[in-house]
Design a protein around this ligand. Sequence first.
Ligand code: ZN
Ligand code: ZN
Length: 106
Amino acid sequence: MKHKPLSRKMGKKARQIKREMDELRPQLIERSGGVCEWCGNNPTWVYIPDREELEMHHIDHQRNHTNRENCIMLCPYCHDTKGHGIGGPEMDREILYQIVRERNNK
Ligand SMILES: [Zn+2]
Ligand SMILES: [Zn+2]
């Protein structure tokens, strides 16, 4: 799926993306209060093996746009369904942007 294992041959660009995501993640986890920013569930309640943490989703699907405006923390279920339209309709991106805007302004 979208979370590929990190390759040893990860390029410079991929390393930079990972670094930016690693830097932003704690800020977004704090913003989320530890629960999915869409459904409010704790990610450990949504049992998908090896995916028990909130996952960072890029609303416009561009991994090089890693910032507080374009990223939302989702439980694995919402990440697949709402974020990527796997097994359910993809959420209207404008709605996700609105959630993020409101949370950023708090
Ligand atoms: Zn969720
Ligand atoms: Zn995603």
